[in-house]
Design a protein around this ligand. Structure first.
Ligand code: 4NP
Length: 153
């Protein structure tokens, strides 16, 4: 089983979408996908309604997800940890205690051939920002899914 963790700040906008999108593209008996936030503002809450709505428009149901905070124990539980932006990346790395932990952390959009390398935080913006990030995250997840499949996962 390959275990993939998607991380953003709040775990209510970007990483729940990343979790739902990647999950829809992989074999669930071979790949486990989870998400978490570097901040604990919304622990136990469902995703932001705008993320739920955009996911639904693309036939994905992410409404059952619940927010949790990233934990240093996630380094032991996951094979790859994708950060949505540079601040998330730095926050995760600050919890890494060994090189093998650090090697697990990547920027999600480094998996996509896009001009930007960060998924912008859509929280304070409008609904169209959620559609924009859905598309960015989808490109990266498509690439991740192909790589996993090529490796027999
Ligand atoms: P996310 O967006 O990191 O994509 O989940 C945010 C959600 C909540 C907050 C910030 C960003 N907040 O400040 O509560």
């Amino acid at each position: 089983m390959t275990k993939v963790l998607m991380v953003c700040l709040g775990n209510i906008c970007r990483s729940p979408l990343a979790e739902g999108i990647l999950r829809s593209k992989v074999n669930s008996s071979l790949v486990l996908v989870d998400s978490a936030g570097t901040a604990g503002y919304h622990i136990g809450h469902p995703p932001d309604l705008r993320s739920i709505e955009v996911a639904k428009k693309h036939h994905l149901d992410i409404s059952e997800q619940r927010c949790r905070k990233f934990s240093p124990t996630d380094f032991d539980k996951f094979d790859v940890i994708y950060a949505m932006d540079g601040a998330n990346y730095d926050d995760i790395l600050a919890h890494a205690s060994k090189d093998s932990d650090k090697e697990k952390v990547m920027l999600l959009l480094d998996e996509a051939s896009l001009s930007n390398n960060e998924v912008p935080d859509p929280y304070y913006g409008e609904l169209d920002g959620f559609e924009t990030i859905f598309q960015m995250i989808s490109v990266a997840c498509e690439s991740i899914a192909h790589k996993l499949e090529a490796n027999g996962r």
